[in-house]
Design a protein around this ligand. Structure first.
Ligand code: HEC
Ligand code: HEC
Length: 191
C-alpha cells in the first residue's frame, strides 16, 4: 500500500511541469561515468567497447538488467549496472536511445565479403529480427555501424556461451560457420 502511494506521488510529481529538468539533471549525473569508455561524443574509446548512442531503449535496458543480474557476465559492466534500480536503467536507456548514432568511419565491406555475409544472412534470416538494414527494434539491437571488433567479440561470446543472456542467439551463432561470422562483422560494421 505504502509503495503504491509512493508511486502515485512520484508519478504526480513527474507529470508536474518543473519536475522534468530535475530528473534530467539526475540522469545527466548518472551517465557521466559512461562517457569515459563509451565516448563523450558517442564514439567508444576502444574498438571492443560497443556504441550505445542511438541504440534501442528496450535493448539497452535489458542489457543493464542482465549485467546487474549477472546473466550477461562482464567484470566492467556488472559493478556499474549493479548501482542502478529499474527506473534508473529505463531512464538511462531512454537517454542514450535519443542520441544520434555516431559514424565510426568504418569502411564498406568489399564485394566478396558482402556476398558471403548476405548469403549467411539469407540462410539464417537475421533481418527477420534485426530488421531491414539491421536497424533493430525494441529489445533486438541495431547492428548497422556497430564496431567491427566488438561485433566479432560478442558473436564469439554467444558462440561459447560466455555471453549467456540469450540462448536463442547462442544457438544461431553456433549454427553459423565462424568464417561467416567474420564476414558478417565486417559487413555490419560498414553499413
Ligand atoms: C570502464 C569502461 C566502461 C564504462 C565506464 C561503462 N561501460 Fe558499458 N561497456 C563496457 C564494455 C567493455 C562493454 C562490453 C562488455 C562485453 O560484452 O564484454 C560494455 C557494454 C555495455 C552495454 C551493452 C551494449 C551492447 O551493444 O550490447 C551497455 C548497454 C552499456 N555498456 C552501458 C553503459 C552505461 C549506461 C554506462 C554508464 C552508466 C557504461 N556502460 C559505462 C565498458 C564500459
Ligand atoms: C530470432 C530473432 C533473431 C535472429 C534470427 C537473429 N538475432 Fe541477433 N539478436 C536477437 C536478440 C533478441 C538479441 C539481443 C540479445 C540480448 O538481449 O542480449 C540479438 C543480439 C545480437 C547481437 C549482439 C549485439 C550487441 O550490441 O551486443 C549480434 C551481434 C547479433 N544479434 C547478430 C545476429 C546475426 C549476425 C544474425 C544472423 C546470422 C542474428 N543476430 C539473427 C535476435 C535475433
Amino acid at each position: 500500500m505504502a509503495m503504491k502511494l509512493r508511486s502515485v506521488i512520484l508519478l504526480g510529481l513527474a507529470l508536474c511541469a518543473g519536475a522534468a529538468p530535475a530528473m534530467a539533471d539526475n540522469i545527466a549525473e548518472k551517465v557521466e561515468v559512461c562517457a569515459g569508455c563509451h565516448g563523450a561524443d558517442g564514439k567508444p574509446i576502444d574498438k571492443t567497447i560497443p556504441v550505445i548512442w542511438g541504440q534501442l531503449t528496450g535493448y539497452v535496458y535489458i542489457q543493464l538488467r542482465d549485467f546487474k543480474r549477472g546473466d550477461r557476465k562482464s567484470e566492467i559492466m556488472q559493478p556499474i549496472a549493479s548501482a542502478f534500480e529499474r527506473d534508473d536503467m529505463l531512464a538511462i536507456a531512454e537517454y542514450f536511445s535519443q542520441k544520434k548514432w555516431p559514424d565510426l568511419g568504418q569502411p564498406r565491406a568489399p564485394k566478396d565479403v558482402s556476398k558471403k555475409a548476405t548469403d549467411a544472412e539469407h540462410s539464417v534470416g537475421c533481418t527477420g529480427c534485426h530488421l531491414e538494414q539491421f536497424q533493430g527494434s525494441s529489445t533486438t539491437p541495431r547492428l548497422a555501424g556497430q564496431s567491427r571488433e566488438y561485433l566479432e567479440k560478442t558473436m564469439a561470446d554467444f558462440r561459447t556461451r560466455a555471453r549467456g543472456n540469450n540462448p536463442g542467439m547462442s544457438d544461431l551463432m553456433i549454427a553459423t560457420p565462424e568464417s561467416d561470422l567474420t564476414a558478417l562483422a565486417e559487413f555490419l560494421a560498414g553499413l
